[in-house]
Ligand binder design. Sequence first.
Ligand SMILES: Nc1ncnc2c1ncn2[C@@H]1O[C@H](COP(=O)(O)OP(=O)(O)OP(=O)(O)O)[C@@H](O)[C@H]1O
Ligand SMILES: [Mg+2]
Length: 356
Amino acid sequence: MSGMVNNAQAANEIIRAPLNEGLLGVSEAIVKVRELLLRLANSEITALINGESGTGKDIAARMLHKNSSRYGKPFIKVNCPAIPESILESELFGYERGAFTGARTSKPGRFELANHGTIFLDEIAETSYTVQGKLLQVLDGEPVMRIGGITPVSVDVRIVAATNIALEDAVRRGVVREDLYFRLSDVIVRMPPLRERREDIPLLLEHFNYNYSERLGKAYEPIAQDLIDEISQLDWIGNVRELGACVKKYVATGNPEALFPEAKPAPATQAEPREASSAPSPAASRVEAKSSDGKKFVPLKVATQRAVEETERALIEEALRHTLWNRRKAAKLLDISYSSLLRRIDAYQIGKEDAL
Ligand SMILES: Nc1ncnc2c1ncn2[C@@H]1O[C@H](COP(=O)(O)OP(=O)(O)OP(=O)(O)O)[C@@H](O)[C@H]1O
Ligand SMILES: [Mg+2]
């Protein structure tokens, strides 16, 4: 296989590297990303990290910080969609006492807390136009203004942003301001999906196998080669995160089936074959039900549940497509809470590929 490590020592180091500390891999694609990150680290250029979920955007952002002169100073991560829209602005920029009802004291924003360090704005496309406008000002070197404040606060912060959608599409849909896009698109670090660098899969498998064996107090035993070969063929829509989760389950249970995401139990009942939906999704293909003789009646409850699920799934996918995976906006369109949407995305295993 091309790109395989050329010596056992190097492979060993990768396998035994601690979890979550670096972008491991030997593929040309990941080597290039690592090099780019190291080159960028010490410049003050605003980097935008773009990649599917689970491709290592968090690690990449931390690498930029760790390898810069700002290391040792704060690294503040802001998971934009996790903070309610109404308070994101005050979280980021802070507020003065009396700025709004309930502001009994003043509070510094995350930009101030990150002073001399790095602020990591995760899922930046999932912010309101107002917040985007303010971010743009900071990106242009303007001082931060607390909400209700009259004195500008100058902060020295390196901004790293990440998004799991292509920003140019987000601009076209009106989800992201064009000026912010232009400002952020100078340097885009593209995180390659795992299926485009399959030669990294064997090493990552063993990396997780080794680490989770240690954590769970089990003897480390390399995974059989034929199993590794099979797993390397899979598309891993959840990328490295999904791979790691599967290996963890495998180590915990000792069951090789756990290494295959397809083996996950179906969310619904498996009594009858599913009708092929118009757009077969990865999740649907994971829900394989054995065909029976076809003459039996489906219990009404089962049929109803299935219909509800299929409708929900289709509507969620449509909303996500419409908002370019802006989950907060999709939740609003569907008139459900953000956390309820996240739970359903998880339960139905809706991947971005289904929706975009
Ligand atoms: N190249 C890699 N080497 C080792 N571990 C990795 C690599 N890429 C990702 N991981 C691991 O996979 C998991 C997911 O990575 P990370 O959180 O950085 O992804 P992400 O792109 O930020 O995903 P999301 O969009 O869902 O936030 C983490 O546990 C991370 O440590
Ligand atoms: Mg992340």
